[in-house]
Structure formats: structure tokens, C-alpha cells
Design a binder for this molecule. Structure first.
Ligand SMILES: [Cu+2]
Length: 383
């Protein structure tokens, strides 16, 4: 193929000599002159804007640089996705998975919840260590299960080195009163009535919130409606999706938080319940024909989760976990926004291994994948 058609069209433009084209050319020249002038003014304004934005960004970075345990200002971002020691498989097998089964709700009108924040080294993938700001049991924090209408009494103890706080999305309270900073070594308490059913995120809301969440300070609370409101479920599993932004591969010494990667929304790892692929090695279980209910929270801090179960269709999907609405029926993939939740029912009749993923597939490569083993078939399934 030759490029002749394009060449001839270019020539035509240059050859447009028509009677009276001298006057037209003059008008065009004047119009172009005006256009150039206007564009110059715009360009100048944009430069001033960009300059100011750069100054703001620099100031923010300098402020953030004062925070302990953070890496920033690196010239190029190196991804540590998929880093693994030689014995990664054995480590994954030995890893005790975060309990995904929904614990029982306390009886009576009051649910007392004691949360302890702690600086703790955790593992987020086989052999990958991370210096977290998290909870006494690591990250995510404990799954909290209450019943709609219960009074939830939160006590937060800060055993970390810097101020922290806890913001419950299930609460309708004045945040300046309830969600304030707690100094190291101190405790605070507040209460809210769990009137809104669903599954909600809780997280530290101390600035920079991006860093406090990314470091592991989040969890899920299930507010269950009274018996009989929702269809019967045989199994209930809670998944908290999140991203990890690493300053190093974390194989020898624990990695720390990388603010540049977090701003670029370029995580190294993505997980369900804090550890890459943990339910691949240790699948969640169901019997054929059982209704399995997934209570999913996306803790972010910044990326959404596109919840999907390979080999089936979600029978019911309560988007954003809004349980007072009717669910959608027969959904292939349900979006769970960062800072939001979703409740999904699935009933699978055929025995097999059914991967559950965020179908934004980079997330799968980065660890956001698990298996639902229907019928105790065991074996492996890659996806
Ligand atoms: Cu915090």
C-alpha cells in the first residue's frame, strides 16, 4: 500500500488558488493573529495555574514528609508486585487465613466493641512483610457483627505511636464529636444506634487519611436486619478489599508506605482480608445448593472492587449494601466503591472450585482472588 492518497490530499491544501483569494487570505491572517493572541493569554493563565498547583503539591509533599514511616519523593516508581521468596508456596500453605466467616452478633440491646490500634509488622503476601499501622490482630481489623437497632458502644484504645481515630460509616453522629483524634496511650468511647442495615467500612480518619487507611487501619461492620427480612443464607463470609503501596519488596525487612504510589493509585498488592490469595490456598467452603452470602467492603483507600464469581452469576446483589432496597437479580459483576460495601448471594448447585475476584483484572494479578470450594472438591484452580 502506498501513502499516495494522503500525500495528494496534503498537496490540495497548498494548491487552493481561487479568484479573490488575496482578500480571503488577509482576513484569515487577521483572524489567526487574534487567535494566537487569545491562546497566548490562555497559555499564560494555565502556566500560572500549573505553577500554583506545583507549589501546592510541593507544600503537601513537604508536610507529608514529616510523617514517620513513609517514603516519598522517589524519582521513579518501582513496582514490587509479585515479589516472592523461594519458599512462597510453603509460606502460603502455613499462613493462617483471616477468618472470613461472619461471627455471631451479641445478644441484647447493646453491642460493646473494643478496638485496639497498634503499630505492627504484618505479612500481606507470602514472605512479604509490611510495617503497618493497624489493629491488635493485624489488618483488617476484627469483623464486627451487630443487629439493626442495637446500640453500638465503641471504645478505641490507641496503642500506637501517633494520634489515630475511628470513623464508622454505619454511624449517624457528628464526626467532630465522635471521630476525633486519640492520643497515644489514650482511649475514647462513643455510641451510635445501628439503624441502617448493611455492611460498612470503619477506618482511621486522622490526616493524612490516605496513609492511615493504606497502612491497615480499616475493617468491616455488618449490621444485620431482623430475622426474616433477608432471604435465608446458609453461609456468611466477609471480605474486605484493599490496596498496598510499598516502599520496598518487603522480603528482608518490612516495607513501608509509599505516598507517590498511593497518589498514582499504583498499588503493589491488592488483597481480600489483608493477604494476597489467602483463600486460594485455604478456600472458603459451601455445599452444593447452599445460599452463600458475601458481605464485601472495599476499604480502598482509592480503587474500586468489581466483585465477580467465576463460573456463576450472583443471584442477588444489594449494591452499596443498601439492604432497605430490593436487590438486583442475576448480576455478573457488581461494583463495590472505595469506602462502600455490597451484599451478594450466590447459590451454586454444581460441585467445583469457583474463583471470586475483582474483575478489574490487574487486581487479580496483584492478589485479589480467592476460591469458593463447593462440595469439598479440593484441588487447584488458577485464575
Ligand atoms: Cu490512624
Amino acid at each position: 500500500m502506498s501513502s499516495a492518497p494522503y500525500a495528494s490530499s496534503t498537496q490540495r491544501i497548498g494548491q487552493g488558488k481561487e479568484p479573490g483569494s488575496g482578500a480571503t487570505a488577509l482576513i484569515v491572517a487577521v483572524m489567526l493573529g487574534i487567535l494566537v493572541g487569545v491562546l497566548s493569554i490562555f497559555a499564560l493563565l494555565m502556566w500560572v495555574d500549573a505553577h500554583n498547583a506545583r507549589d501546592d503539591a510541593r507544600a503537601a509533599a513537604n508536610n507529608a514528609a514529616a510523617m514517620p514511616g513513609m517514603t516519598t519523593g522517589t524519582a521513579a516508581m518501582t513496582s514490587f508486585a509479585g515479589a516472592a521468596p523461594a519458599n512462597a508456596d510453603a509460606l502460603a500453605a502455613a499462613h493462617k487465613p483471616f477468618p472470613a466467616a461472619l461471627p455471631d452478633a451479641p445478644a441484647g440491646p447493646v453491642a460493646n466493641v473494643h478496638l485496639v490500634l497498634k503499630d505492627v509488622d504484618i505479612q500481606i503476601a507470602p514472605g512479604v512483610k509490611y510495617s503497618a499501622w493497624a489493629w491488635a490482630g493485624g489488618a483488617p481489623g476484627p469483623v464486627i457483627h451487630v443487629r439493626q437497632g442495637q446500640l453500638v458502644k465503641i471504645t478505641l484504645t490507641n496503642s500506637g505511636a501517633i494520634p489515630h481515630s475511628v470513623d464508622f460509616h454505619a454511624a449517624r453522629v457528628a464526626p467532630d464529636k465522635a471521630f476525633g483524634d486519640v492520643l497515644p496511650g489514650k482511649s475514647v468511647s462513643y455510641s451510635f444506634r445501628a439503624n441502617d442495615p448493611g455492611v460498612f467500612m470503619y477506618h482511621c480518619g486522622t490526616k493524612p487519611v490516605l496513609m492511615h487507611i493504606a497502612n491497615g487501619m480499616y475493617g468491616a461492620i455488618v449490621v444485620e436486619p431482623p430475622a426474616g427480612v433477608l432471604p435465608q443464607a446458609d453461609k456468611n463470609y466477609v471480605l474486605v478489599a484493599s490496596e498496598w503501596y510499598l516502599s520496598s519488596d518487603g522480603l528482608k525487612t518490612p516495607a513501608q508506605f509509599d505516598m507517590d504510589k498511593a497518589h498514582a493509585r499504583a498499588p503493589d498488592w491488592m488483597t481480600f482480608n489483608g493477604y494476597a490469595g489467602q483463600y486460594v490456598k485455604h478456600p472458603l467452603a459451601a455445599k452444593p445448593g447452599e445460599t452463600v452470602r458475601f458481605w464485601v467492603v472495599d476499604a480502598g483507600p482509592s480503587l474500586d472492587t468489581d466483585f465477580h464469581i467465576v463460573g456463576t452469576v450472583l443471584n442477588r446483589a444489594w449494591l452499596d449494601a443498601a439492604l432497605t432496597n430490593a436487590p438486583l437479580a442475576n448480576v455478573q459483576t457488581a461494583a463495590v466503591p472505595a469506602g462502600g460495601g455490597g451484599v451478594f448471594d450466590v447459590k451454586i448447585d454444581k460441585p467445583g472450585l469457583y474463583p471470586f475476584v475483582s474483575h478489574a483484572f490487574a487486581a487479580v494479578d496483584q492478589g485479589q482472588v480467592g476460591l469458593l470450594d463447593v462440595g469439598g472438591v479440593h484441588g487447584t484452580m488458577s485464575h
